[in-house]
Design a protein around this ligand. Structure first.
Ligand code: PLP
Length: 444
């Protein structure tokens, strides 16, 4: 059944609410990414465990988990308790509180590169702090980033991000940075490299090294296809940056506390100078951090670098982070092994379902992260350019067909698994996927 707007009646209240919001809220959503949900951006009433409940009364198994923060599922009791207790004592003081050091101490204990920490509120801001630290420490102006990696929405990092078609194979590197939005500032300080190509990184650093303050990367290219580092690549990047006097920055906003307790740097045993955390650090409360070696963070510690923010490490966010980090640590390694098992079961089940339905499906899975491509499963995907042959429209339709069956998956096929996802959820999800893939094969 459809509403007057052509939207299925089961989403009528969401569609109506989005129309209402559009009259005062630009675009009807609070962050552009959420506008991509089809057939309509859902309006949520509440979340509990692995499920979201929309204002039409539909319930869904949720594999977006807030775009990653809700690693412990929605509304986890331990975090609610910690935040509720703190919030009665004040929201923000404009002064210090004990919990700041308690969060920082935990990060220093957990994260290999962390000797000192500073806090921001969002991942994008923490990226800016890390870049400023690198530029100020080295006295160099430029940054190398990788095609298809995402480091938040701020200038000049929103260039050559996922969603932008990859550069032609014959384009020499560094690649031309491609802005993802009008209104981006000057991109001349950004050099774009291809992921997983140590020779190319070596050449770029040889030619431009004295101008390059930092090489920043998602150590697993999570946003642009969940592409892990090739064996030896992170080690090569570590050596090359050290030799060039350039800082190595791991953006662990996605991977931090998720692909291992100590993030990608623990998983791959490569230690950067600086690392950036957000999302899962406070299990859904807004908090981000830059962690680094004492040497790399010295310029913050001695007060030379301006690192500011009214909301940096508010007491409720800090309370959530202390509780979340304690849960991750106390339940490690079992928590990470279990997450990995759930994700692997989903990956295998999806591949089987696609095979049966005759849909070409390739999956990548690392820890509790999963990426689907509608692409010949034999295709090797080791850099962003390799994703060019995938079919984003069919993938988006798959996501819409899953939604109709009570499962939320991002239209770009990127799944986040939480500790709340049960064996029953996995079974129900795979049942939905069998139906959705069969319908996809019939429709396209
Ligand atoms: N870095 C990475 C790897 C991310 O995935 C994101 C957000 O998705 C960010 C940085 C920016 O974080 P935020 O959206 O909290 O600003």
């Amino acid at each position: 059944m459809e509403t007057g707007t052509g939207i299925d009646a089961r989403y009528a209240a969401s569609a109506e609410q989005i129309e209402r919001a559009k009259r005062s809220l630009a675009g009807g959503v609070a962050t552009a990414m959420r506008a991509t949900q089809r057939p309509v951006p859902l309006v949520i009433d509440h979340g509990e465990g692995s499920h979201l409940f929309d204002i039409d009364g539909n319930s869904y198994i949720d594999y977006v988990i807030g775009f990653g923060p809700m690693l412990l599922g929605h509304s986890p009791e331990a975090i609610i308790e910690a935040v509720s207790e703190q919030i009665r004592r004040g929201f923000t003081y404009g002064a210090q509180h004990r919990l700041e050091a308690e969060v920082a101490e935990r990060i220093v204990e957990i994260v290999p590169c962390a000797e000192l920490v500073c806090f921001s509120t969002t991942g994008s801001e923490a990226v800016q702090a890390a870049l400023r630290i690198a530029r100020a420490t080295t006295g160099r102006p430029k940054v190398v980033k990788f095609e298809g990696h995402y480091h938040g929405w701020l200038d000049p990092m929103l260039a050559s991000t996922p969603g932008i078609p990859p550069a032609a194979a014959e384009q020499p590197s560094p690649l031309e940075p491609v802005p993802a939005t009008p209104g981006q500032g000057d991109l001349s300080g950004v050099l774009v490299a291809r992921w997983n190509d140590p020779e190319e990184l070596s050449r770029i650093l040889e030619e431009h090294g004295d101008e390059v303050a930092a090489v920043i990367m998602e150590p697993i290219a999570s946003n642009g296809g969940l592409i892990p580092p090739a064996p030896g690549y992170l080690e090569a990047a570590r050596e090359l940056t050290r030799a060039a006097g350039t800082m190595l920055i791991f953006d662990e906003v996605v991977t931090g506390f998720r692909v291992a307790l100590g993030g990608a740097q623990e998983r791959y045993s490569v230690t950067p100078d600086l690392a950036i955390y957000g999302k899962a650090i406070a299990a859904g409360m807004p908090l981000s951090a830059v962690a680094g070696t004492r040497e790399a963070m010295e310029i913050v510690a001695d007060g030379r670098l301006a690192h500011l923010g009214t909301f940096n490490c508010t007491p409720p966010a800090a309370a959530a982070a202390v509780a979340a980090l304690d849960i991750y640590r106390e339940r490690s390694p079992g928590l990470y092994e279990d997450l990995e098992k759930v994700a692997a079961t989903l990956a295998v089940g999806l591949a089987e379902a696609a095979d049966e339905a005759g849909v070409p499906l390739k999956t990548h899975q690392v820890g509790p992260l999963l990426q689907m491509f509608i692409l010949d499963p034999q295709t090797e995907v080791t850099s962003y350019a390799d994703t060019a042959g995938a079919d984003p429209d069919r993938l988006a339709l798959f996501s819409e067909l899953m939604l109709a069956r009570g499962v939320i998956v991002l239209p770009r096929g990127w799944w986040f698994i939480s500790t709340a996802h049960s064996a029953a959820d996995v079974e129900a999800t795979l049942e939905a996927a069998r139906g959705a893939l069969t319908e996809l094969a019939e429709k396209t």
